[in-house]
Design a binder for this molecule. Structure first.
Ligand code: UDP
Ligand code: MG
Length: 316
């Protein structure tokens, strides 16, 4: 009888043809197939290059390869969700296709898992592989996010982590279709520990996340986990009303003591522009949330799977 526990690695691939062979080879080398059964769930997130063909051609020896083909590009968050829904392991570890989440860390994660932890975070102790701007903006994001949100998202932790089956069940079965995975993982809770690693440079190819995409991911994260940006407008309103009241009193007093002076064009225009600016910002923030309520209310699935194929070693 086979009582060995099963570990699933979940890797989203989007136009990663240069990385497929190398990444599968490196993983084949580092995993310990004497102690566990291994499964690698590769999600092809609508790649337009040879990624899918390369995944289908692969024939790994010491792990089972499950190739999940999505019907188009749904983005990394959705691709990860698709992978989690297909992963069958007792523990699941998402990794990036470019080896920026070093598979060498897996052994250390499993050790912590064996000690009874249900979540093992891999924390980047060093971000020097990211540019100055990306580092600063990431730091700013975590600061704002954790101030606004009740769910604390550990900083310098990406999607690279080990999760016990229990955690995966919770996250995979969440009903929401817009998925900020880092936040959902953190929301799930469970006994958590972390280990440190140094994030290496991307192996081949280039990053799929432009500044604009990252900005949208940040907005998604904040709006998914906090309604503080909505509530703030009540207080802004109060402050502005108080200011208006004080200024109004000054104007009335001045008129009573010194008579009417008509000129006031500059101050009038300034206040008007300032106020319309504030109102538009408030409306925009409300729009962000209404838009999300709208999208969520359609209940479309977060991803569509075209096919699931299995390669390589079947478990005994
Ligand atoms: N990715 C994806 N769908 C996308 C964009 C990216 O599945 O629409 C995958 C990509 O193939 C990689 C991972 O997400 O495995 C991280 O992407 P990348 O390395 O470009 O991000 P970075 O490390 O620069 O933040
Ligand atoms: Mg990368």
């Amino acid at each position: 009888m086979n009582t060995r526990r099963r570990i699933s690695l979940v890797i989203p691939f989007y136009n990663e043809e240069e990385n497929v062979d190398n990444t599968l080879a490196v993983i084949g080398k580092v995993i310990d197939s004497t102690r566990y059964d291994w499964e690698l769930v590769a999600i092809n997130d609508g790649s337009r290059d040879q990624t899918l063909a390369k995944l289908h051609a692969a024939n790994p020896e010491n792990f089972e390869l499950v190739v999940v083909d999505l019907s188009r590009n749904f983005g990394k968050e959705a691709a990860l969700s698709a992978g989690l829904s297909q992963a069958s392991g007792d523990a699941v570890i998402p990794l990036d296709a470019d080896l920026q989440d070093p598979p060498e860390m897996i052994a250390a994660m499993l050790e912590k898992w064996e000690q009874g932890f249900e979540v093992v975070l891999a924390r980047r102790s060093d971000r020097s592989s990211d540019g100055f701007l990306k580092r600063q903006s990431a730091e700013g994001f975590y600061r704002v996010m954790n101030r606004l949100s009740e769910v604390k998202i550990p900083d310098n932790v990406g999607d690279f982590r080990l999760m016990d089956r229990r955690v995966v069940e919770v996250v995979a079965n969440l009903p929401e279709s817009r998925r900020f995975m880092k936040g959902l993982f953190a929301w799930a809770g469970f006994r958590t520990t972390s280990i440190d690693y140094i994030r290496p440079e991307r192996e081949f190819g280039e990053t799929k996340f432009s500044g604009w995409k990252l900005w949208n991911l940040a907005v998604e994260g904040i709006t998914s986990f906090s309604i503080a940006p909505l509530k703030i407008w009540t207080y802004v309103g109060f402050l502005v009303a108080l200011g208006a009241f004080l200024y109004g009193s000054v104007v009335i007093a001045r008129t009573l003591f010194f008579g009417i002076d008509v000129p006031g064009y500059a101050s009038l225009l300034t206040v008007m522009l300032f106020m319309s600016g504030l109102q538009l910002i408030g409306l925009g923030v409300i729009g962000e949330y209404v838009g999300r309520v709208y999208l969520e209310s359609k209940r479309r699935p977060p991803f569509v799977i075209r096919s699931v194929e299995q390669r390589g070693r079947k478990s005994a």
